[in-house]
Write a protein that binds this ligand. Structure first.
Ligand code: FEO
Ligand code: CA
Ligand code: CA
Ligand code: CA
Length: 592
């Protein structure tokens, strides 16, 4: 296509206008359809969803709440049948139950919430109406009662032993699974993010405080119904969450794994790249204000080919390797980074960085900490080596052609507040409401490298505001964007970004954006779709024929609840909102 059109390859759509509609809004010439909603049955014995008569038994056989990450894994070369794997990050009880009393949840409500967390695997078939779920032998629910195997250097650690599991190697369930990744060997990685919120009575232990685990009761009050959520009774249960989880969706009987070698923090995600020598590298962000970016380098090498034994071998790669944390240095004088977002004199927020080793196997590189402590209390290890405090590291993806690494830094409204760190070149704005997108180039393009260069691709916000930057592109032609969260690539190498801004941009709905990162259109950010009021856009999968997104927590606005719904999406009328996966495609392109 001629560059004069202002469209990079694969992005010749007219951007949608920012809006506050209670709908998914797609460009002219595109169609959309719901793929699956909270409560839709995954098995023939599952009941149809009934908002007013939900049960834990039904929920355990239905699609979970608040879908976040999604992967589409083709089962055939035509892409007709695919496995859709999704994370169910968290439950919002006031939106799940009419008349919910937060002071006195019932056991049934709590058990529904346990069953609504975790992951879903469901076969979806591509056809005229987008992607339609089918019952299949692959369909599976992972909930808070599914058994996981703990592997890697902290498996069996004294910090992981509980009265129910004196081995420290078997955990029931996974919590707050946010983003994830598809491994080159076809499994799913899923990050356990804000696990702190489920555990009560932390006492005064500073290691717990460092993870935001607080004294007193929790919002959901699960500790009343199962001692494992009460740290006064089960002090180590909380240490069994905050890991990267791996699931083999091809084998519905497989036991999912928690990989301790990738460290324990509020993992947004983990994404794997293969180095030239076959070792694998996993990048992961710790999504909280002033937290760090990590990478793991395996000791073993990938085995090629799709055999079961190759996959079994590859599923051990994340058990053994070196864990690193990132330290960033800016190349502009500190006085030019004034916190306003104004570009320094070299016209770039950029510089160099290094990966600082934390531990390998039973060997710690952190003074005063054993390897076991580094893996279980990884944030403290990052503190000790002076890792760089970032503005909420969310999803990280590697460009499929160039190998450049992209990280969404969502926002950080605390930067520069009294007692908090001020602006730094990679985090150049104080009271940062809108976030930035970081490009990181490993030395020599080698993911094993311990040095890198970095720069900011986007400094997000309203392009009319002077504190924004769109890779130097003409700001009169780009869409406003706030709080980048998930990142993905299409086959042309364009970067797609979904947002979670909670209305930070003049109350406008969140959306999915696309931006070329190479060529003359680099920085030309365009809004592809918006999601309903109160929702966050998650889990984008940019396929050749169809784009899917997860619409998480529609209607979750201040003052809203099941008694006062702020959204009726997707069912319409006076229906309650339901988190759902949506497919979008160009008219005619998949027969619609
Ligand atoms: Fe669950 Fe970091 O978003
Ligand atoms: Ca600079
Ligand atoms: Ca996220
Ligand atoms: Ca987020």
């Amino acid at each position: 296509e001629p560059a004069a059109l202002g469209n990079a390859r694969g992005l010749d759509f007219t951007p949608v206008q920012p809006n506050t509609r209670d709908a998914v809004v797609v460009p002219d010439g595109y169609r959309q359809a719901i793929v699956i909603r909270w409560g839709d049955p995954l098995f023939p014995d599952a009941p149809e969803f009934d908002f007013d008569h939900q049960s834990a038994a039904a929920q355990a056989r239905q699609f979970g709440f608040n879908c976040d990450f999604a992967a589409l894994l083709p089962l055939d070369t035509l892409g007709r049948d695919n496995l859709l794997v999704t994370n169910h990050e968290y439950t919002s009880e006031p939106f799940m139950f009419r008349g919910y009393d937060p002071a006195n949840p019932t056991r049934e409500q709590v058990e529904i919430a346990w069953a609504a967390h975790g992951l879903s695997v469901v076969l979806v078939r591509q056809g005229r109406d987008g992607l339609t779920p089918r019952f299949s032998r692959y369909n599976r629910r992972i909930t808070l009662t599914t058994e996981f195997e703990v592997r890697g250097p902290a498996a069996g650690s004294e910090h992981l032993r509980t009265s129910a599991d004196p081995t420290g190697r078997k955990v029931l369930g996974t919590l707050n699974n946010c983003a994830g990744g598809v491994t080159p060997w076809g499994t799913i990685l899923s990050g356990e993010e804000n696990f702190n919120q489920y555990f009560a009575n932390a006492g005064t232990d500073p290691r717990r405080a460092r993870y935001g685990i607080t004294p007193g009761t929790t919002t959901r009050k699960w500790e009343r119904f199962d001692d494992r959520f009460d740290l006064a009774r089960e002090p180590n249960e909380v240490n069994r969450f905050g890991w990267v989880v791996e699931l083999d969706p091809d084998d519905p009987d497989s036991t999912p794994v928690k990989h301790t070698a990738l460290g324990r923090f509020k993992h947004e995600c983990a994404n794997v790249r293969v180095a030239r020598d076959g070792r694998v590298v996993a990048y992961s962000g710790d999504d909280e204000r002033f937290e760090y970016i990590y990478k793991f380098v395996s000791s073993g090498r990938i085995r090629r080919g799709g055999s079961r034994s190759a996959r079994r071998h590859n599923m051990t790669l994340l058990d053994d390797g070196t864990l690193y944390v990132a330290r960033f240095t800016g190349d502009s004088p500190p006085e030019e980074i004034d916190g306003t977002g104004k570009l320094p004199r070299d016209k770039a927020f950029d510089g160099r960085g290094e990966w600082v080793p934390l531990a390998r196997g039973d060997r710690s590189f952190v003074p005063g900490m054993t390897a076991e402590e580094v893996y279980v209390f990884t944030r403290l290890a990052g503190d000790r080596v002076g890792a760089t405090k970032m503005d909420r590291p969310e999803d990280i993806q590697t460009h499929p052609h160039t190998g450049t690494v992209y990280c969404a830094l969502s926002n950080n409204v605390d930067r520069g507040k009294p007692g908090k760190e001020g602006a730094t070149e990679p985090n150049p704005r104080v009271l940062n409401k809108h976030g930035q997108v970081l490009e990181l180039t490993e030395r020599g393009g080698d993911p094993l490298a311990l040095r890198f260069r970095w720069n900011l691709l986007l400094v997000c916000g309203d392009p009319e505001d002077p504190d924004t930057y769109f890779a130097g592109y003409d700001k009169s032609r780009v869409s406003p964007i706030s709080s980048p969260d998930n990142v993905a690539f299409d086959r042309h190498g364009n970067l797609w970004i979904s947002t979670d801004s909670a209305g930070a941009l003049a109350g406008l709905n969140d959306g999915l954006y696309a931006v070329p990162v190479q060529g003359p259109e680099r920085g030309h950010l365009k809004l592809f779709l918006t999601v309903p009021r109160g929702a966050e856009t998650c889990g984008p999968v940019i396929g050749e024929r169809v784009v899917t997104v997860c619409v998480q927590h529609p209607g979750e606005l201040d003052g809203a609840s099941a008694d006062r719904p702020a959204s009726h999406w997707p069912d319409g009328g006076d229906a309650q909102p339901r988190p759902s996966v949506v497919a979008v495609w160009r008219e005619g392109f998949i027969g619609g």
